[in-house]
Write a protein that binds this ligand. Structure first.
Ligand code: ATP
Length: 568
């Protein structure tokens, strides 16, 4: 496929804010694609190049891109920076620079989508000495053959700044519309595979039947089942029914374990479907040693421990291990972990997803050899509110976050926050929000971006709505870390204020929610403070306006949480 065709699509999508219209345009385009192009187009429109389950990264920063544009066009780096400053977009700057060059020469050959993909794949594999110049050469090769408008999109794609407003919802609906497949079937397929490119390709080649045939495979992560929040044991029983399974809610990392003894597969995925097997060789080792089955897929929570393995540490600390690339063995010693398994989705070649939870957990005691590193999650099964309350208090007295209360009959629902299971924790519930703006600090903080503008999700559209500014809570280390994360995401600068691409998700505590015309959500958080950066969450897990409204209203209900707070 010529890249100019893809550019025409991106331009058209860019012109409309309506999700319905985006769906119409995209579904029409998907029908025209062949089995290779549909895979890449499906990723591209979401502003990504590789699938969610692929940990490939391009690692191309703005400065490297400026060098590449300058080399291709002969326009000085200073001039490119000037263009960039005016438009706030390096893609626009590239378009302008290539236009200048093409007044003298004509681009050599037609750029194709597959050529772009080939070069970007190569970039993602580069490591070690000479990486920078090799990356520049590969980008240069693309830009040399690009028309000005193609250059704009090549640059935006590589920098991850396409900003088309196409998220999972629009893509799901577009595939559904293009191939006449019910939305739920497309969504289930995505939940099972975590890869919209593959889902689109199967839809094209095999239609609804093909998607329905997708089943669990050891080594391919599926979306984790999620839980809604309740405010009391009574409410929990109301949602999940009696009797119910009640388990400790540990403050750790969600770990999906894939194991196949014969094929020598042991993989660990987070709930963002990131493969973290390399970062956790200790989990891999104790799993291999202590699982008594041929193959399985397990859902579990992995908790961090102090060096002496005697005390749990908060997830915030453990999260440092998730991003680690080097000195992993050192981290294993400094921050050992322990895994509590709470679900079994697959065993010895058979999927258990449609079996009730009470059956699935029976397998756990059969296949787990409990030891100091690996355990079946502590749980009780009861209909008795007093017993459930005692279990909750026991969990809290052992410094756990609270409890999960789950329906005995529940099947495993990937990617859904359905009422099959609920969570109960004390205190006003924190929010997971995305940072959309910030300010350069003053005085000793002048190197840091601070005062983070927070946003929740629009309940229907793929948009973010502001809800407050966070100026307290981060430690010096956290300011540094968040600044490092935000800097490459800066879209616009005005004085000390910056607007950033929504990507960095933070968990925020607050004292109260107030109505407020100041922010686009219509609400403001009073005294928001940073709890932690949520590296493991993706944009579609940012809390939405409905949750904000629910929590706002619960302030007036004098509910369980408040009573609990007063009593402690
Ligand atoms: P929270 O911030 O409360 O952890 P969350 O937004 O991360 O919530 P939820 O779906 O609301 O995610 O809460 C469930 C999370 O709790 C799971 O993703 C999992 O990581 C963790 N967890 C801890 N113990 C259990 C358990 N026994 N069963 C299921 N999940 C558990």
């Amino acid at each position: 496929m010529k890249f100019s065709e893809v550019v025409a699509l991106l331009e058209e999508i860019n012109k409309t804010n309506s999700s319905l219209e985006k769906t119409r345009i995209l579904s029409h385009f998907l029908k025209k694609c062949n089995k290779e192009d549909i895979y890449w187009v499906s990723h591209l429109v979401r502003g990504k190049i590789f699938s969610d389950i692929n940990d490939k990264q391009l690692g191309v920063a703005n400065n490297l891109m400026i060098k590449a544009i300058s080399l291709t066009t002969g326009v000085s780096e200073k001039k490119i920076k000037d263009y960039w400053r005016i438009t706030g977009d390096l893609g626009d700057a590239a378009e302008k620079a290539v236009k200048q060059k093409t007044q003298h020469t004509l681009y050599a050959q037609n750029l194709t989508l597959s050529r772009i993909v080939e070069n970007l794949n190569l970039i993602s594999t580069l490591e070690g000495a000479g990486t920078v110049s090799k990356k520049i050469a590969l980008i240069n090769e693309l830009l040399t053959n690009a028309t000005p408008i193609e250059a704009k999109y090549v640059v935006r794609m590589i920098l991850g700044k396409l900003r088309l407003g196409v998220g999972n919802g629009v893509l799901r609906d577009s595939i559904s519309k293009a191939f006449n497949i019910p939305k739920e079937v497309v969504e289930r397929a995505y939940d099972m595979m975590g890869d919209f490119g593959e889902v689109a390709r199967i839809s094209l080649l095999k239609g609804e039947k093909g998607l329905k045939n997708i089943s669990l495979r050891v080594g391919t992560p599926i979306q984790s089942m999620l839980y809604i929040k309740v405010n009391s044991i009574k409410e929990a029983f109301k949602v999940v029914g009696k009797p119910a399974i009640i388990e400790y809610k540990f403050d750790g990392l969600r770990t999906q374990i894939h194991y196949d003894k014969k094929k020598n597969i042991l993989k660990i995925f987070t709930r963002r479907l990131e493969d973290v097997t390399k970062q956790f060789p200790d989990i891999a080792e104790y799993m291999k040693k202590n699982l008594k089955c041929e193959s399985c897929i397990l859902d579990s929570e992995t908790v961090g421990l102090t060096r002496d393995k005697k005390t749990f540490i908060p997830f915030q600390k453990l999260s440092r291990r998730i991003k680690r690339k080097y000195h992993i063995e050192k981290m294993v010693k400094e921050m050992p972990v322990k895994t509590f398994v709470f679900d079994c989705l697959y065993i010895n070649g058979e999927s258990l997803m449609d079996k009730p939870l009470e059956k699935r957990i029976k397998f756990l005691s059969k296949i787990i050899k409990p030891n100091q590193d690996l355990r079946n999650c502590p749980r009780i099964i009861t209909s008795d509110e007093k017993k459930a309350e005692d279990f909750f208090n026991k969990a809290l007295s052992e410094k756990q976050e609270g409890v999960m209360i789950k329906s005995l009959k529940a099947r495993y629902q990937p990617g859904k926050r359905v009422g099959y299971g609920v969570k109960l924790k004390p205190g006003l519930e924190s929010f997971d929000l995305v940072i959309v703006g910030a300010e350069w600090g003053q005085g000793k903080r002048n190197k840091f971006l601070s005062s983070y503008l927070l946003a929740c999700k629009h309940p229907k559209k793929e948009e973010f709505l502001t809800i407050g500014k966070l100026s307290s809570g981060p430690t010096e280390e956290q300011y540094e870390e968040i600044t490092r994360l935000l800097k490459p995401l800066i879209l616009k600068t005005k004085g000390r204020e910056v607007i950033v691409k929504p990507q960095v998700i933070v968990e925020v505590n607050y004292q109260e929610i107030q109505e407020s015309p100041k922010y686009s959500s219509g609400f403001a958080l009073r005294f928001p403070t940073l709890k932690q950066v949520r590296y493991e969450k993706s944009l579609n897990e940012v809390d939405d306006l409905n949750k904000v409204k629910f929590n706002y209203e619960s302030q007036f209900r004098g509910d369980y949480e408040r009573k609990f707070k007063k009593n402690t």
